[in-house]
Write a protein that binds this ligand. Structure first.
Ligand code: GAR
Length: 223
């Protein structure tokens, strides 16, 4: 069940109202391609949601850009194909994105999840999968776009931040917002402590957003 109903949890009372009893439906699974640059805890959350039947999807492939990252080891553990496309080997962002598109097509991917993908993507990728790319970002967009979102929130002195799942459009960290979760900033927070609490929420709302897509609750302009 993709919901969390602990009424004492402050973060949850601030969460998007889209909390449903169950979003799982039998039928054709979403064919996902996941892109990651680092730890891959969001990859893991998606894999777990699929394994526990909270999400009707299949991870066709993981594309990663940094050799030796934990995300690749996680993919191996889950028996998911992992393809390294090292951005350092491509002259232009567009060239990397063309290689990504080719790989994703090869693995018959229908929906892309940028789960900690730390590169700016170009229209080469976005136009190949129009309104089919989902990103997770560690702030309540439209606040704190770009890199170091958690540090930006601390520097700004906000009392509440959070995370956002949204569709990707050419403007960085913009595009249709699917689900958000709020996380209070505590007085002694460091970027690490705050980010780790944000990640707890990310691991909940990213599978939730994908489940909404899987059952057709979210319709893009092109549907
Ligand atoms: C996540 O917190 C995600 O929101 C962030 O990277 C982390 C990846 O964690 N993404 C961005 O900052 C994108 N601008 P993970 O590798 O453990 O899933």
């Amino acid at each position: 069940m993709i919901s969390n109903s602990d009424p004492t949890d402050l973060t949850l009372s601030l969460v998007s109202p889209i909390v449903l009893p169950s979003l799982f439906k039998e039928g054709t699974p979403l064919k996902l391609g996941i892109m990651a640059s680092g730890n891959g805890s969001n990859f893991e959350a998606i894999a777990e949601a699929i394994a526990s039947k909270q999400l009707n999807a299949r991870i066709q492939v993981l594309v990663y850009n940094n050799p030796g990252i934990k995300a690749a080891a996680r993919a191996e553990r889950w028996g998911v194909a992992a393809v390294l496309l090292n951005h350092r080997e491509y002259k232009r962002r567009e060239d990397l994105d063309a290689a990504i598109v080719e790989t994703l097509r090869q693995y018959e991917v229908e929906w892309i999840v940028m789960a900690g993908w730390m590169r700016i993507v170009t229209p080469v990728l976005i136009d190949a999968f129009p309104d089919r790319i989902v990103n997770i970002h560690p702030s309540l967009l439209p606040s704190f776009k770009g890199v170091r979102a958690v540090e930006q929130a601390l520097d700004a002195g906000v009392k509440i931040t959070g995370c956002t799942v949204h569709l990707v459009c050419p403007e960085v960290d913009s595009g249709l917002i699917l689900v958000q979760a709020a996380v209070p900033v505590l007085p002694d927070d460091t970027p690490e402590t705050l980010h780790s609490r944000i990640q707890v929420q990310e691991h909940r709302i990213l599978p939730q957003a994908l489940a909404q897509l899987a059952v057709g609750m979210v319709r893009s302009k092109r549907d």
